[in-house]
Write a protein that binds this ligand. Structure first.
Ligand SMILES: [Zn+2]
Ligand SMILES: [Zn+2]
Length: 228
């Protein structure tokens, strides 16, 4: 199904909103007890997340970076920029978030050389950080199947071209330059499965253009009707 770029941007915004929301929850886990120290007299001392300076900074930085991802997603108008900028920013936020409890767990607490046990706060911190990866990775792995701007057609020809004699063909592309990308999904082309529009010479994956032509009947780049 064809998805408009507005819809994709809207989806990225929602995902960024989820990352930022979980990021806020993640920061709040700093207030919870992360570890309980049990001393010889059997008295216990809770250690909250925010007491560990490095974790405090990493968690807050992670939350802020996710907030920036949300901001970027609301200001981006280009879907490819949005995908990589918002996705990468959200991923950095999630990495900072997971580094925070991991650092406390594996570096700070062993260095204390005390007896004790992990508390719910640390698990919540881990859990929220892991949850941040899901929308972040979803943004990065969202396939973009939206047409590129047409570049060869004069505006006067763009509309009403039903004439059969103007129809174009899809030819098997024999000469695919290395690194060339598909005009529909922007992924790299494989010479085996690459076809070319006989009119505008745009290259596509066979699978991509077949679906496209079935739905739209025209070349996504030059808009001419395609003979099947
Ligand atoms: Zn493709
Ligand atoms: Zn074409």
């Amino acid at each position: 199904m064809e998805v408009s770029s507005q819809a994709v941007l809207g989806r990225f915004f929602k995902l960024a909103l989820i990352v930022a929301g979980i990021g806020a929850v993640h920061i709040l886990t700093l207030l919870m007890s992360w570890y309980t120290v049990i001393s010889d007299t059997m008295s216990t001392t809770p250690i909250q997340g925010y007491i560990i300076t490095e974790s405090l900074f990493m968690s807050i930085a992670g939350g802020i970076v996710c907030g920036i991802a949300l901001l970027l997603s609301s200001t981006s108008s280009n879907i490819m920029t949005a995908k990589w900028l918002v996705g990468a920013t959200a991923l950095v936020g999630a990495l900072l978030a997971i580094a925070s409890p991991a650092y406390a767990h594996f570096v700070v607490i062993p260095a204390l050389q005390v007896k004790g046990h992990l508390e719910i706060g640390m698990f919540m911190s881990y859990l929220s950080a892991i949850a941040m990866f899901v929308p972040a990775v979803t943004i990065i792995t969202t396939p973009i199947r939206i047409e590129v701007l047409p570049h060869t057609v004069p505006p006067s020809l763009e509309t009403s071209v039903p004439a059969v004699e103007e129809a174009v063909e899809l030819l098997h592309a024999t000469d695919v330059p290395p690194g060339a990308i598909c005009g529909i999904c922007y992924q790299e082309l494989d010479p085996e499965t690459t076809v070319m529009c006989s009119n505008c010479q745009t290259l596509f994956h066979k699978g991509c253009i077949d679906i496209w032509v079935k739905l739209n009947g025209i070349c996504p780049s030059c808009k001419k009707p395609v003979i099947r």
